[in-house]
Design a protein around this ligand. Structure first.
Ligand code: ATP
Ligand code: MG
Length: 242
């Protein structure tokens, strides 16, 4: 695993609880309520991935699957300015695809593999993993089928991460009624959607929540090699920061 690297979040505190950042050849998940910065982190990682490895980057390009229409090239420009990367180049290095439904989300992965084989890509973002599955499969009756399709999708992500030394990073939502499933909920009652299939696929899981004022809090829920630390961060024009 010599060529593995860790991708910085933009926040030193947050990197510290992750032993340097999100790991390549691995799948990382952040989940949490709306506006806690999942999409902003994805933008930050997409710029940082282009930095040299000595600077917390991956030294490569980025693929982004957008399921909610929240990718913003203007944000990439602002974040690139912070990290002193040419903003135009920063956007050129990101292939962005808009997925219309969960099946399309799956087929985009196959299309993107043509890019990954070049060996130039270091980050794959999916923002968000479950949004389209939740729209396409409604209710208890469709849950088994949803989980099966989702499992197939996650298997593909796993292979991509391994084969191409890529950081696979996805965002996830939380159940609106954690009380209904309190048995599986984290200490604070927030539970990511996707059940055991997603829980099993994500090597590292980080719960995000709002803190005091503008502060946000990241808490590791599951990691092969990091203790269950907590870090605070803020969202700035230049992306995620301390
Ligand atoms: P959702 O669950 O709705 O997708 P999210 O976790 O993805 O939410 P983000 O969109 O990443 O949330 O974060 C939204 C927050 O980011 C808002 O509080 C907003 O104020 C902040 N934000 C967005 N752009 C900027 C910016 N240019 N400068 C500072 N803060 C910003
Ligand atoms: Mg978002």
């Amino acid at each position: 695993r010599k060529s593995c690297f860790r991708l910085s979040t933009g926040s030193k505190q947050w990197d510290a609880i992750l032993n340097g950042g999100f790991e390549s050849r691995s799948i990382s998940e952040v989940y949490g309520e709306f506006r806690c910065g999942k999409t902003q982190l994805a933008h930050t990682l997409s710029v940082v991935a282009q930095l040299p490895r000595e600077e917390g980057g991956g030294g490569g390009k980025v693929a982004w699957i957008d399921t909610e229409g929240t990718f913003r090239p203007e944000r990439i420009v602002q974040i690139a300015e912070r990290f002193k990367i040419d903003p135009e180049v920063a956007n050129e290095n990101i292939i962005q695809c808009r997925a219309g439904n969960s099946e399309h989300q799956g087929s985009l992965i196959l299309e993107l593999s043509q890019y990954f084989v070049t060996g130039e890509y270091r980050l794959l973002v999916i923002d968000s993993l479950m949004a389209l599955y939740r729209i396409d499969f409604i209710g208890r009756g469709e849950l088994a089928e949803r989980q099966q399709k989702l499992g197939g999708f996650l298997d593909k992500l796993h292979k991509i991460a391994e084969e191409f030394n890529i950081v696979v990073f996805y965002t996830n939502q939380v159940q609106s009624d954690p009380g209904a499933n309190a048995l599986f909920a984290g200490a604070d009652g927030r539970k990511p959607v996707g059940g055991h299939v997603v829980a099993h696929a994500s090597t590292t899981r980080v719960l995000l929540r709002k803190g005091r004022g503008e502060e946000r809090v990241a808490k590791i829920q599951d990691s092969p090699d990091c203790p269950e630390g907590e870090a605070t961060y803020i969202i700035t024009t230049g992306g995620i920061n301390d």
